[in-house]
Design a binder for this molecule. Structure first.
Ligand code: F3S
Length: 62
């Protein structure tokens, strides 16, 4: 599984980085970016939690 942030949708609220800092980080432009690597088993659940917690549904995990 991999995580992806659509920067055209992200509003930079930062919730994802609070829920799952292992996968999500804020970029210099104030928007979230996801690690490009394959998600390891120990972070999949929190990555999905971040996906579900994003107020504008900018995150996909699949
Ligand atoms: Fe952006 Fe959603 Fe994260 S708005 S900062 S992708 S929680």
């Amino acid at each position: 599984m991999k995580a992806f942030v659509d920067k055209d949708i992200c509003i930079g609220c930062g919730a994802c980085t609070g829920i799952c800092p292992e996968v999500f980080d804020m970029d210099d432009d104030g928007l979230a970016v996801a690690k490009s690597e394959e998600l390891t088993a120990d972070v999949v659940d929190s990555a999905i939690e971040a996906q579900e917690g994003c107020p504008v549904c900018a995150i996909s995990v699949d």
